[in-house]
Structures are given as C-alpha cells and as structure tokens.
Design a protein around this ligand. Structure first.
Ligand SMILES: [Zn+2]
Length: 446
C-alpha cells in the first residue's frame, strides 16, 4: 500500500525542526518512505497508478500527538461530582467498587479512544483496571498504546490481592508480547496505595521483564507528602528510590512536589515524566516545575490524565495551559516557548514512552503516525508562527484526518474502526447506571 500526500505544509518535528511550506510525504505500508519540499518526484519511483494520491490543499501535516498519561475508562466519569472536594471518596471509589467490570472498562475505553483519535492523538499511555481489555480496544481502534495494569490496595475492582494483580500483569504481558502497536506495562498506582514492599516487587518484576515499562503517579499532592513523612519519615521521591523503582524507562506522572535536589536524582536515574498541567490545576494542586525538569535533561511529555480529572483527552487542550502555567511560575512570557510545547506533544512525548524511534516525528523510516490539521479557519488566520498557532489558536476540531502505522483511523472527521454512534450510546447507558449510584449515595448522606 502506498499513499502520497502533497500540497501540504509539513511540520517534521525532526531534530532540526525542518518545515516544508509546500511539501509532500510518501507512506509505504506502515512506514514513512520519503518526504520533501515542492512537487513530489515523478520519476516512476514515486507516482504510478498503484498509489493513493491526496491533495492536502495547504493543510498542515504533522506527527500524531502523544498522550503520556491517562485512564481511558474514566471518561465515563467526566464531569461527575465536579467541584465537590471529596468526590473521589464520596462518588468515584464507591462507583468503581460496585460498577466497574470488564464490560464497563471496554465501553469507557472505546469512548476515550474515539475522543483521542478525533483530536489527533495517535499514541496513548494508560493505567487502569482490566487493562487487557483496554489493550484490546486500542488494538481494534488501530491506536498505539502503552497499557499499564494498575496495582493498588484500595479494593481494586479486578484484583483482591497483589498476587492476583501481578498475575494480571503476566496475562497482559503475554497477550501483547508480539503486538506491533500495544506495549504492556505495570502500573503501581502511587506510593501511598502500594507501599515500599510492593514497589520493591515491581522493581524486581521490571528488571526481569525488560519489555515491561513501569508507570506510576508520583509527588502529586500534599497528602502524599504527609503520608510519606508519617509512615516512612521521608519524601515521595526518596521512598520510591529506596524501593529501587527509579530507573531508566520508568514513566512518572505529575512530579509537582519535587525539590531541586530531587530533580537531580530523577535526572540521574533516567526516568521520564508525564505532565498533567490542566488536571493538576483543576484539582488546585499546583504547577509542576516543567522547565526545571526539562533543563535537568529529563524528557517531559504532555498528558491529559483521566477525563474525570481533566475532562478532555485531547492534547490540543493541554498545550496552552502547559505554556501558561510555566509562564505564571517563571513570571515571564519567555518561559516554555510554543515550539517546546509542540515538541512535548510529539517527539518528546514519544521518548517519554520509549517510542522515540518509532513515532513522534516525520522522518524517513519511522512509522507513519500522521495527522492533518486544517489551517483554513478564522482562528488559524493569519499564521506568523506555526507553533504559536498550534499551541494558542488550534483546537481538536481542526484535525480532519489521522493515520496510525500507515492506516487511516480518522477520515474527514469520522472514526473508521470504531463506530461512533454505538460507542456514545453505550457510554450514555453506563452513565445512567452511575447516576443511580450517585443518587443513592446522596440520599444516604442526608
Ligand atoms: Zn492519573
């Protein structure tokens, strides 16, 4: 299969940030075979009757976006108990205990996958329960994913003991061992919900299973600092480090509560970080020191977190807040410039997930994870700086077509593998069930 997209503005996000104002890109099977400026070469090697030729009409063609942290099925909780301070304990955990089954996880994961693909996200990291189901949904959808089975001690819906939880990680690892797009991962929920012994066991598991990456929430909030101080007389980074869990390839979500010395330790250990600025702000938690983390050499990607926390799974909605929060923290317009933000949304995000050699930039030989973004709306006119336009003007609705691993998954704003009306209807039906539980909880508290 060969696809040629021409008459496109191409943003490569390669190491030189090459851009072609009127360019073309050739995809062969699942790989980017060639790209360049101007008219594609017509010497027979490129254009013949077997090729699907697409005129991009001056639209932008750029790498698919990378969501480095999220919980797909939590899309079903979007907006539930908004503005209620204890909503996690009041609503979410009781609903999870009562109503989260593999079927509900499948329904929520489909909803999340549709939203992400329509918004130009081609790769996502996920951690939740029944993670095998989520891997299967992403596989059917045609997405790329790093899927992490969560381990937690708060009465998880899919495991009653950590032994059982590790068994689920084994199943996940075995099912996706040879999958091109889906990578299995192990996800100890957080220090306070797993404890040092389990974190040590996870470190050992990761050392014995080199393909299985670790994902974890870390240094996210004040209550976590208190828990670590009270139970272990230290701070979160030290506790996790003592357990041997900080090593190259570990993906840490949040990292708000880190000191300059701890940033050095994180950098020395070779970890990567998922920045969930919007979700953190909505919870009133604070601002992660993104610039200090990146200046120490750590790769930091953008992330949505679950839609319960951030309400959206599109990376466009994360870009402006990421830049604005860094500017607020640093007290200057110069902080976290727009080009860096787009980098975090693409190639740097891919590196965070260990997929930098496969995706995140448009380079010959890489997998064809490509999105087309319309530049013809009023909000995208004029464009002096494409990075500024993407970060501060564009939104997910500007994405018209999405290709992952050489296959179209969105065409003209419609998902292909997942049937959107059915996905939304199933989600609404599940939300009705959740609503009944919410009403019961509210009545019992009066
Ligand atoms: Zn999270």
């Amino acid at each position: 299969m060969r696809i040629l997209i021409h008459n496109a503005r191409i943003l490569t996000m390669n190491e030189h940030y090459d851009e072609y104002l009127r360019g073309w890109i050739l995809v062969e099977d699942n790989i980017i075979a060639a790209l360049g400026e101007g008219t594609p070469p017509s010497n027979g090697a490129t254009i013949d009757e077997t090729i699907d030729v697409i005129d991009a009409n001056g639209d932008l063609v750029m790498p698919g976006m990378i969501n480095t942290h999220g919980h797909l099925p939590m899309s079903l909780f979007r907006g539930l108990g908004e503005d209620v301070d204890d909503r996690l304990f009041r609503y979410i955990l009781p609903i999870e205990r009562e109503a989260i089954t593999s079927e509900v996880v499948r329904i929520g994961a489909r909803l999340g996958a549709v939203e992400m693909m329509l918004g130009g996200v081609t790769t996502t990291a996920d951690m939740y329960y029944f993670e095998q189901e989520i891997g299967r949904v992403l596989d059917v959808a045609g997405m790329r994913g790093v899927v992490g089975q969560t381990l937690a001690d708060f009465d998880a819906p899919d495991h009653k003991s950590f032994d059982q939880g590790f068994g689920l990680v084994d199943d996940l690892r075995d099912e996706f061992a040879n999958n091109e797009r889906i990578t299995a991962s192990i996800a100890p929920h957080a220090p306070y919900s797993t404890g040092p012994k389990i974190m040590e066991r996870v470190a050992e598991y990761a050392a014995n299973n080199s393909g299985v990456r670790v994902q974890m929430h870390l240094a996210e909030m004040k209550s976590e600092l208190q828990w670590c101080a009270e139970h272990h007389n230290c701070r979160p980074v030290e506790l996790v480090d003592r357990a041997g869990l900080l090593s190259p390839g570990v993906i840490l979500a949040h990292c708000l509560e880190v000191t300059p010395r701890e940033i050095e330790v994180l950098s020395e250990r070779g970890v990567t970080i998922a920045h969930n600025g919007r979700s953190n702000a909505k919870a009133g938690r604070g601002i992660a020191p993104v610039e200090a983390l990146r200046q120490s050499g750590i790769n930091v990607g953008l992330a949505t977190d679950g839609a319960m926390s951030g309400n959206t799974l599109d990376i466009f909605a994360q870009m402006a807040p990421a830049s604005m929060f860094a500017k607020l923290l640093g007290g200057s317009r110069k902080c976290l410039p727009t080009r860096d933000v787009v980098k975090m949304a693409t190639i740097e995000g891919a590196k965070v997930l260990g997929l930098g050699d496969k995706t995140g930039s448009l380079i010959v030989g890489k997998c064809a994870d490509i999105i087309r973004v319309s530049l013809s709306s009023a909000r995208m006119t004029p464009i002096y700086d494409i990075y500024a336009a993407l970060v501060f003007s564009a939104n997910a609705r500007d994405v018209t077509d999405v290709m992952i691993n050489g296959k179209w998954v969105v065409k003209n704003g419609e998902t292909l593998a997942l049937e959107q009306p059915k996905v939304l209807a199933d989600a609404l039906q599940t939300a009705e069930k959740f609503n009944k539980i919410v009403q019961r909880i509210d009545l019992s508290k009066h």
